[in-house]
Design a protein around this ligand. Structure first.
Ligand code: SAH
Ligand code: SF4
Length: 443
């Protein structure tokens, strides 16, 4: 069987197996309503197989697949007619069988701070969000890995979504390609003017700790020598990437391919809430930077706010971090820590965090995330003074602990605010939904 066989379950929304079985979901080619086969998301052998399936001899298929690869992933072409080095009759043949698409944009919003958010709809009507965050020296795309999330961290909007499915490699990489379209970043395209912040980071070596000057406009698209605005990718959108391991891996391999989108693994960060059994594989097989959503230092509090902790506890998680392939002082693990007033933000919590990082000898930095509220959320963000005091304790222990500035809050694009459909749901229903999800994966 090849990768291009039409999926039998396309269009259906299925429950994703829980943490007891972080199941690998087989790769599928998304089914388009027009019956064409979508090439975005396929790797070289899969493109070659698709070409053979429409009658090209193996050798020609291999040659044409390299050309298609270049046009699709390196040049951003969506029209076969533009693929100048491919014979005309083959271009026409490809157009009859294949498509090079993009997710449909349902809404595109821009924040006053330059952040952009797209709500995307996929072939089966399911939706996910994707956010671009321009900064002083880089532009970061926050990519979703699932529609919704099977985990239900108590402070996260995505976790309240009822229906969940894994995104396919094409749907994951489609977010990156769509952002490149919007930013006018393909070779030969006219770069789109973009509002981005001016920063004052003179005495600051941490890239996350920039001072944002609202309203500043700077149209110079020159983050990289090639003039790229989209320089970094974080798998921190909707969903738990390690519960969609195979598809995330396939998509990131295309993103990292030098003849594809060509982004270095050092510029890609995968964030996990702590799916311990998949962490070593992520390091060995994908090799990107790791961020871990720690958020609490005691079993009691982490069990409550990141319920996956009941399955994989803090000590187990930190041991998996210590074992993560390729970490060293130049390539540290980032611990994400959401600041929740009165919950996880005391001086004692900060000291305990330092003790744990030292105990496991982790090359680490801590990213303090002020809690971003969402409709119906029931936590409050710690005060600025509390966050500063917490950060100071960690800094004094020699560990970097910048405070992540909320970006795009006015368009609900900040960490943990993503959710594709605005359902009206009561607190009681939220609790019920959380209990159902937990039951499904603690069994
Ligand atoms: N599922 C993955 C990646 C997506 S979430 C994970 O949990 O790591 C990206 C980050 O935003 C995580 O650290 C998450 O815990 C954090 N987050 C979720 N809800 C938030 C909120 N309301 N305010 C601030 N950060 C939040
Ligand atoms: Fe899922 Fe991450 Fe949100 Fe937790 S914080 S519910 S793992 S998306």
């Amino acid at each position: 069987m090849t990768d291009i066989a039409p999926p039998t379950a396309a269009g259906s929304v299925m429950p994703i197996p829980g943490p007891s079985d972080p199941m690998v979901v087989p790769r599928k080619t998304p089914q388009r309503a027009d019956g064409l086969i979508e090439l975005v998301g396929l790797d070289r052998p899969a493109i070659a197989a698709a070409l053979e399936a429409i009658g090209l001899p193996a050798k020609t298929a291999r040659m044409r697949s390299s050309q298609l690869w270049h046009w699709i992933y390196h040049r951003g072409a969506t029209d076969f007619a533009a693929m100048a080095n491919i014979a005309k009759d083959h271009r026409a043949l490809f157009a009859r069988h294949f498509a090079v698409g993009r997710p449909e944009i349902v809404t595109a919003q821009a924040s006053s701070d330059g952040t952009r958010k797209w709500l995307l709809r996929f072939a089966d009507g399911e939706e996910a969000e994707c956010v671009f965050i321009p900064d002083a020296t880089r532009g970061t795309l926050c990519v979703s890995s699932q529609v919704g999330c099977t985990l239900n961290c108590r402070f996260c909007h995505t976790g309240t979504m009822k229906l969940v499915r894994n995104l396919t490699p094409g749907e994951i990489i489609g977010q990156v390609m769509l952002a490149r379209d919007a930013l006018g970043e393909w070779p030969g395209a006219t770069p789109a003017p973009i509002t981005r912040p001016v920063v004052n980071d003179a005495a600051d070596d941490d890239e996350d700790d920039d001072v944002w000057v609202p309203g500043a406009h700077n149209p110079g698209n020159n983050y990289t020598p090639e003039g790229r605005m989209l320089t970094n990718i974080v798998m921190m959108g909707m969903g738990e990437p390690l519960y969609n391991f195979e598809n995330v891996k396939a998509a990131l391999q295309i993103v990292m391919d030098g003849e594809g989108l060509g982004l270095s693994k050092r510029r890609i960060t995968l964030s996990t809430s702590g799916v311990v059994p998949m962490m070593a594989r992520a390091g060995a097989e994908i090799g990107v930077n790791l961020a871990v959503s720690l958020h609490a230092v005691s079993k009691e509090i982490r069990d409550e706010i990141v319920p996956l902790n009941r399955k994989y506890g803090i000590e187990q998680l930190l041991q998996a971090c210590a074992d993560y392939p390729g970490i060293n002082n130049a390539r540290r693990i980032t611990f994400e820590y959401v600041m929740l007033a009165g919950k996880n933000d005391s001086d004692e919590d900060a000291h305990e965090l330092v003790r744990l990082i030292r105990k496991y000898r982790l090359p680490a930095k801590v990213n303090l995330i002020p809690f971003n509220p969402w409709p119906g959320s029931f936590y409050e963000c710690s005060s600025d003074e509390r966050i500063r005091a917490f950060s100071d304790i960690i800094f004094r222990a020699g560990i970097s602990a910048p405070v992540r500035r909320p970006r795009g809050r006015d368009i609900m694009a900040a960490c943990g605010q993503l959710k594709s459909a605005s359902e009206k749901i009561s607190r009681a229903d939220l609790d019920k939904r959380a209990a159902e999800k937990e039951l499904s994966w603690t069994l």
